[in-house]
Every structure is written in structure tokens, then in C-alpha cells.
Design a protein. Structure first.
Length: 524
């Protein structure tokens, strides 16, 4: 009828509508052509000319008590929410000044009076409504003001609508039709597989030799990606195969997250080492020179970060920067006796990683680094590398700002790979005749965890990496011990309460399928 033009549109309105709806229809036709009627109706102010005494009005209970309505619906009548509880004044608590003297008519009493006045003035019908559960799913009680009201009616949200507004409404009203759709069948199959004990494609199993899996298996890896491969093959597929990442929050942060705080310390360390390198190196620098280099590096980072990223409030940022400087100074002063006559480098790129602009390097960072016995290539950045003048000795230090690991941890079930991989990378770049000492340094606690027998550890790690790589190519992109963990950024992709239900139910069959690739989880 609308396609026949404005005259037909007006006749359609007169035939189908009446009263207030017909008046709105006339205003929409006057505001634009019939062809754009839907857009005109959407942008039309529906309250133009509306009589507040005859239309629906939304208002707080205090306003309703002063402007009685014939028909009333009161929302949110839950215990603890209405009437509102009185909060003790933080500046003048009850033991200093009694609340009755400061507020002779508390908010709870006012709310109860407004409730009684609204019901007393209601000449037609009053509907009293309260929620059954809150946003977290916890059960809620009803307000004590409803104690003498008749029994409540339980209103469900799954009623079949008499008229639909969208395809989703239509499918919700016709469950048999929705059940025949491809989306419903796939969702039902996924739900069934999640609750079964067998390993299925909905758990991450793909066909062997999948080209997408082969592509990500052949990428140049970092210590982080290899850890993901060993301990969470499913997350490895999601991140590197499908390219999924966690969204970055745009809100101004109150404090730096652990990752950003670690980057702050590493950048100050890099700049401070460069500054000391121009003064004879870290091995010849005194404590005053180290403090001055750290102070200068911190000032440069302050100016750089302030102009390129969102930072916490000024007071918190200054405190964070001061702590980062203190950690950097402690890290540079730790164990300097063993590096006399050695040249120090920071943020050393290897295996094809992009070098830091202007940073001195002990080797060509574009040379590929491959792990013998596997098809894996690695790249990354070494936090600090001390190399002797004859290039026969090298110290590798990886700085950590978190809690120290136990002294007997070597691989840590696949979580501690950097010491071993970085030691191997140094030997691959400097030659097999170099003696490499690799350690994790925790400057906050003054603790260093050195890797004993790096060659033997690398041999053992090579076996685990080869098994994990072969398992990935076989299509076993399955959950591991890090799946659903505290720091798993893909937790929202798993079933609800996955760590307590889904992951435990699938653990045994997944280990059986992975076979040798799961042995690394039990390795110290």
C-alpha cells in the first residue's frame, strides 16, 4: 500500500490506525515522502504535543507521590533496594553525632511514605514488580513493603509473542523451524560434544595436514608462542591461526597492568645500558654512574610514554616510574663482579626480530636460528647479554618483575623456556665454542635463578617441542593445562565454568590423544 504513493499511504493509515497512532502517522507523512516513511517515523519525536496527564510518564517514587496517577506500576521493589538503606556518614559516624539528629527523616522512611502515598492515590490499578535475580544470577528477595500484598505472579520471558518484530522473534516462536536450521543443528552438536567424554572437532581436533595448521606450525616462533604450543594448543590455534586477540581497553588506566609495567622496566634497562656503553660499559661503571644513567633513561621514557599512550593519574605514574627506576638500578648493580671486561647489550634481537633503532648488536639479527632435530625456528629479544672481548664467554640475563620461581624449576611444565632458548640462541649466533651462562634475575627480590646444564636441558626441551609440533600437524589443537586458567584471554570462548567442569571432564581423553606431547606438563 505504501508503494502506491502518499495518497495510498494516508489511506492506509486511516484504514489501519486510529487515535494517537493516526496523528503520528499524519505527522510522519507531512515530514517526508512515503518512500522514506520508516526512517521518518524512527526520527520523529513521539512526545510532540503529548499531554503528560494522558500519556505514560516515567518518574521517581517521590514525584509520583505528588502527582497521583490512575494506573501505576512500581519497579525494583527488592529487599535492600527499596526502601533504600541508610548509610552511615563517613565524616560524622553515629558514635560522634547520632544519625537521628542529623537526619530526622531518613531516606528509608521517605521511601516508605512515598510508596504508601502512591498506592493510596491510585484509583485504578497498581502493579508492583520486583526482580527475581540480579545481574550476577544471585536470587533476590522482595521488599518488606510487600509483606501484606497478595501473592505475586511469576512472569516468564519465554512466552510466544502474538506478533513478531524480527526473524529472531519468529524463530523463537517456532522452535521446530529453528531446530531445522543449520545454526541450531551445529549449536546442539557442539553442546553435546562439550558434555561428552570423547575428543571431538568442537574440542579443537582438526584433520591432519590442514593447510591452516601447517602455516602456523611453520612460522618463526618466540618463547611465548612455544609456551602456548606446549601448554595450550587450542589457544595457539586461536591466536596464531585465526588471528584472535584480546581487545584493548580505551579507558584511562588507574595503574599499569603487569605486562606494561614489565615493558617499562625493560625499556629503562635498554636505554641505561646504551648510555653506560658510551662510558666504558657496565663493568667499569660505578654505582653513581649507574644511578645517573637510570635517571636519564627514566626521564626519556617519561617524555616518550606521556606523548604516545594513556597513562595512570600523575601521582600514580610518578610512583610507578620511581619504582621502575629503582628496579632497573638494582638489576644493573646485581652481579657486576662477574662481567669485568665484558661488553653489555640490552634488548638484543636475534632470529629475524627487528632490532631496536640505534642499539648496538653483537651479531647480525637477520640470521635465522633453528632448533636442531625439529622444523622450528625461533626469534626474540634477550633482555641483557654480556659478552667477553674474546667472545668465548657470554652471560644471558632475563629480567623478571614478578614473583621468583622455585629454585628446582627448570622447564616448569613448559612455562619456563626463555633461559634455555636464549642460551641456545647465543651459542648458535656466537659459535659452539662459547660458554653460556643463562639466568633469570628478579631485581625486586635480589634473586637469580641460573640454569644448570643448559645443553642437557635443551636436549630434553627439543624432544618435547618436536612432539608438540608433530601433534599440532596431526590436528590435535586441543586444550592444555593453561586452557581456562587465570590468565587465559580466550576463556570467554569456552563453556561456562570451564576450569571446574569442561576442562576436568576432557583432561583424561585429551592426554590420551596427545600422547608424548603431554609429557612436558609433568616435567620440572
Amino acid at each position: 500500500m505504501l508503494e502506491q504513493g502518499p495518497a495510498a499511504a494516508q489511506a492506509a493509515g486511516e484504514q489501519l490506525l486510529h487515535g494517537r497512532a493516526l496523528a503520528i502517522w499524519y505527522r510522519a507523512l507531512a515530514a517526508g515522502p512515503a518512500a522514506s516513511l520508516m526512517s521518518t517515523l524512527e526520527n520523529l519525536r513521539q512526545d510532540d504535543g503529548l499531554d503528560p496527564c494522558a500519556g505514560v510518564a516515567w518518574m521517581p517514587a517521590s514525584a509520583l507521590a505528588g502527582t497521583p496517577r490512575r494506573f501505576v506500576r512500581l519497579l525494583g521493589l527488592n529487599a535492600g533496594q527499596w526502601p533504600r538503606a541508610r548509610a552511615e556518614d563517613a565524616l560524622l559516624p553515629d558514635h560522634v553525632v547520632p544519625a537521628a539528629e542529623l537526619d530526622p527523616c531518613p531516606q528509608a522512611l521517605q521511601d516508605a511514605d512515598d510508596f504508601a502515598a502512591a498506592l493510596a492515590a491510585c484509583a485504578g490499578q497498581a502493579v508492583l514488580s520486583y526482580a527475581r535475580r540480579n545481574g550476577d544470577g544471585r536470587a533476590l528477595g522482595k521488599s518488606p513493603l510487600l509483606a501484606h500484598c497478595p501473592a505475586s505472579a511469576y512472569l516468564r520471558r519465554n512466552a510466544v509473542p502474538a506478533h513478531v518484530m524480527s526473524e529472531a522473534d519468529r524463530l523463537a516462536a517456532r522452535l521446530w523451524e529453528f531446530g531445522e536450521s543449520a545454526a541450531a543443528k551445529e549449536a546442539h552438536a557442539c553442546w553435546t560434544d562439550w558434555h561428552g567424554d570423547a575428543v571431538t572437532p568442537h574440542d579443537g581436533a582438526v584433520r591432519p595436514g590442514h593447510p591452516g595448521v601447517q602455516a602456523i606450525a611453520g612460522r618463526t616462533h618466540s618463547a611465548t608462542s612455544l609456551q602456548r604450543l606446549l601448554r595450550n594448543p587450542l589457544g595457539y590455534l586461536w591466536e596464531y591461526g585465526l588471528g584472535w586477540t584480546a581487545p584493548e581497553l580505551d579507558a584511562e588506566p588507574l595503574m599499569l597492568d603487569p605486562g606494561a609495567n614489565g615493558n617499562l622496566v625493560h625499556e629503562i634497562l635498554d636505554l641505561a645500558l646504551r648510555h653506560l656503553g658510551g662510558q666504558g660499559g657496565l663493568g667499569h661503571a660505578g654505582e653513581e654512574a649507574i644511578d645517573a644513567a637510570v635517571e636519564a633513561a627514566g626521564a626519556l621514557i617519561d617524555a616518550r610514554w606521556s606523548g604516545s599512550m594513556q597513562l595512570p593519574p600523575a601521582v600514580i605514574w610518578r610512583r610507578t616510574l620511581a619504582e621502575a627506576r629503582a628496579l632497573t638500578a638494582a638489576a644493573l648493580k646485581f652481579g657486576r663482579d662477574g662481567i669485568a671486561g665484558m661488553e653489555s647489550f640490552g634488548e638484543v634481537a636475534f632470529g629475524g626480530a627487528d632490532p631496536r633503532p640505534g642499539a648496538p648488536l653483537p651479531w647480525d639479527p637477520t640470521v635465522p636460528v633453528s632448533i636442531p632435530g625439529t622444523a622450528l625456528r625461533i626469534k626474540g629479544y634477550i633482555d641483557r647479554l654480556d659478552v667477553s672481548a674474546d667472545r668465548r664467554r657470554a652471560h644471558v640475563r632475563d629480567y623478571k618483575t614478578g614473583k621468583p620461581v622455585a629454585g628446582d624449576v627448570v622447564i616448569g611444565g613448559g612455562t619456563e623456556l626463555q633461559r634455555c632458548l636464549y642460551a641456545f640462541a647465543v651459542r648458535a649466533m656466537l659459535g659452539t665454542g662459547v660458554t653460556v651462562r643463562s639466568a633469570m634475575l628478579y631485581p625486586r627480590d635480589g634473586i637469580e635463578r641460573e640454569l644448570a646444564e643448559p645443553d642437557a636441558v635443551m636436549d630434553k626441551l627439543t624432544v618435547h617441542l618436536a612432539d608438540a609440533h608433530a601433534s599440532l600437524l596431526a590436528g590435535n589443537c586441543l586444550p592444555g593445562p593453561d586452557t581456562g586458567g587465570k590468565y587465559d584471554k580466550f576463556l570467554f570462548l569456552l563453556p561456562a565454568n570451564a576450569p571446574a567442569t569442561y576442562c576436568k571432564r576432557k583432561a583424561a581423553p585429551i592426554q590420551a590423544v596427545l600422547g608424548n606431547a603431554a609429557f612436558v606438563w609433568e616435567t620440572k
